[in-house]
Design a protein around this ligand. Structure first.
Ligand SMILES: [Zn+2]
Ligand SMILES: [Zn+2]
Length: 155
């Protein structure tokens, strides 16, 4: 695998999901995007992505902290990804914002996510971060480098 190529894909994906979240945001609280990248053996990348917002047919976002009625980006991207079927190739889950505790738990329960990368780390989700870090490496965007990626994925 070409790690420089891999690093560029991660960077480009952050830009793509950020733009998507900012453009199509419905939730009043926070525009958050999530993408899942799987680096296939043949060099291709399988990807799914989602942003947070109301779940159909519910279209209510009350703006209440932690209880606004919206579905988070992570479970949405994970559901799409699960539909594709599994293999053992390395998987990175990227979010534009730190995961909350339920999402952090879901990411761990998946069992197929090797790295979680945030663009913005939020101190109020420090506990979710600890929960994740017990199981999965957590990176913020600026520390994603080809070296770290190749260390992580060497098998
Ligand atoms: Zn909302
Ligand atoms: Zn969440």
């Amino acid at each position: 695998m070409d790690w420089n190529f891999c690093n560029k894909i991660v960077d480009d994906t952050f830009d793509r999901i950020k733009t998507e979240a900012e453009k199509n945001q419905v939730c009043l609280r926070k525009a958050c995007g999530c993408a899942i990248l799987r680096f296939e053996e043949d060099g291709s990348v399988t990807a799914t992505q989602a942003i947070n917002g109301p779940s159909h047919p519910n279209n209510e976002c009350t703006n209440e902290v932690g209880n606004c009625g919206c579905s988070h980006a992570e479970p949405r991207a994970i559901l799409k990804f699960a539909e594709l079927g599994r293999n053992d190739c390395p998987v990175i889950l990227l979010t534009t914002y730190s995961s909350c505790i339920p999402c952090a738990n879901l990411v761990i329960e998946c069992g197929f996510i090797d790295v979680v990368a945030y663009e913005i780390w939020a101190p109020h989700w420090a506990r979710a971060d600890v929960i994740l870090k017990n199981v999965i490496p957590v990176w913020t965007r600026e520390i994603i480098t080809p070296n770290l990626l190749s260390t992580q994925f060497e098998k």
